[in-house]
Ligand binder design. Sequence first.
Ligand SMILES: *[C@@H]1O[C@H](CO)[C@@H](O)[C@H](O)[C@H]1NC(C)=O
Ligand SMILES: *[C@@H]1O[C@H](CO)[C@@H](O)[C@H](O)[C@H]1NC(C)=O
Ligand SMILES: *[C@@H]1O[C@H](CO)[C@@H](O)[C@H](O)[C@H]1NC(C)=O
Length: 618
Amino acid sequence: MYLISMILASLAIPFVLTKICPYFWKDVLYVKDLLRILVKFVSRRRRKPLFLVLDRFLEQTASHPDRPFIVFENKTFSYRDTDKKSNKVANALKAHSQLKPGDTVALFMGNEPAFIFTYLALAKLACPVALLNPNIRSRSLLHCFSCCSSKVLIAAAELKEAVQDILPSLREQAVCVYLMVKECDLAGVQSFSDKVDEASDSALPQSLRSDITFKSPAVYIYTSGTTGLPKAAVVNQTRLLAALAVLAANGVTSNDVIYLNLPLYHTAGFVIGFIGSIETGSTIVLRRKFSASQFWEECRKYNVTVVQYIGEVLRYLCNTPRRNNDKDHRVRLAIGNGVRTDVWREFLDRFGNIEVREFYASTEGNVGFVNYVGKIGAVGRVNFIHRKLFPYTLIKYDTEQDEPVRDFRGLCIEAPKGETGLLVSKITDIAPFVGYAKNEQQTEKKKLRDVLRKGDLYFNSGDLLKIDNDNFIYFQDRVGDTFRWKGENVATTEVADILTMIEFVGEANVYGIKVPGHEGRIGMAAITVKNNTQFEGGTLFNHVSSYLPSYARPRFIRIQNAVEVTGTFKQMKLRLVKEGFDPACMQDPLFVLEERESSYMPLTAQVYHCIVSGKFKL
Ligand SMILES: *[C@@H]1O[C@H](CO)[C@@H](O)[C@H](O)[C@H]1NC(C)=O
Ligand SMILES: *[C@@H]1O[C@H](CO)[C@@H](O)[C@H](O)[C@H]1NC(C)=O
Ligand SMILES: *[C@@H]1O[C@H](CO)[C@@H](O)[C@H](O)[C@H]1NC(C)=O
């Protein structure tokens, strides 16, 4: 009897706990996973010789050589094929270049299998790789190339002209340039495909990698940021090893097929998609670039089970015309960041029961969250153990001065629950901040001292987050994405969410612009109008009036054919901000909110001059 009641009681405890804290078990499971990952990481770090990400790939190849690793445009490369292909690239480099272990190589290539073969080849040669964005040109390209002191540049065939552009400077720096073609007539550029074809596919000795330490750089990934030229974030071997866990920690296994359509030169595609799959031993369905119209068709064709998203990707999928087979697919998990609440709901409603794992992380940052309970809109959850391991906090931030608020002692002030604050995380041994290559100034700018105690050192994420009473963490904005108008903070994503609720609004990109004679910035939105619908100033006015406080209502509307996005599908704002609202300077139709008319009216040159001269009250 006693025993039975004990059993009943112990069965009841979890039940009661689940009633009191509905996320109890999910929290426990999360902590269990977190600890399991840490234990694995620590035990790998102790292995001799050093255990690197490459070694995990070699382990996978040895245990299931014939499993498909990359599927690309109807070609399939098994783990063994991939291993051999990368050996050929490595042997070609060994035979023809002066490359030594530790020399950095810049890879200038879009998504294709050769990207992966080349990356693995360079890992085998112990060479760090700088992942150049294939969309950049001239000065930017040269800047990105130079900031990692690369000795060699390997470029895809279709990027020949971009290389030619910067060739004189490359030759001055005595850089060895390879193009992925069989023959090349360009002086100073060598063909590479022919050399790879001829090279042996025998394995490279591990001794080549004997000088690598965990502190050695493994890859350089460029982060664009809101101003200036791209910065190269250094990803050390330790960090790359830790990154192996990302997909595994979210329940991805060797049976999964991952749809990789995000750029491999960025963190999401490279670290999460590619490196993550090495750990799990999954199959990657690689695509040159994201295509909303092909997305589901390909997911069906290849039996895709896991998809990645970033920024506006899920919105693009929701914007495609409805089909009867929208729910007919095997995708069970979508992992990424930047989905807005309304899109998240619509996505589930439209495409079925897919688990969305929204996370928060940055290429160079030292703290990350994942929303492991599927709470719509959140990027994660405060977890005691996680916070002990990675001490982070939200501090009060003054968006006007663009700096943290400090008290009389000069220390920062923690933001209470429910209030937006700047995320900062302590720089420690297990949460290091490596910084940017050859950019002391930017590296220093991301460090924050005297946060909670004199002399302490934190990483400044530049992101504004909020923690609610149930301990869910919400991303609010990047610091630059909040502007102040009439003494109030306006969060651009919040306003964009409201605008896209309107029937005729396709996409919305919200930003603040300067108006002569006014403090702060006034709200403006660049929107696209959906096909077969029309812009209606009155509807828009009524909508923003009922959903937004007056200071947050966009005063100006600019209608565009398409909202420009970056390579990672983040909206571009800088140029729009610069272009402002002068109708003489642009072709796009402009509208201005006019209270008296209860509508948005066309912004004529005359109205513009009234605004600039102060006759039109804002
Ligand atoms: C990462 O690598 C860089 C370059 O080798 C090195 O300077 C830095 O100390 C390393 N950082 C950590 C935390 O290992
Ligand atoms: C997808 O799954 C179906 C059913 O299990 C199978 O017949 C088909 O061959 C699979 N397709 C691919 C590309 O693996
Ligand atoms: C809207 O129309 C344009 C031009 O007519 C077309 O290119 C575009 O694909 C259409 N968009 C959608 C979502 O149907």
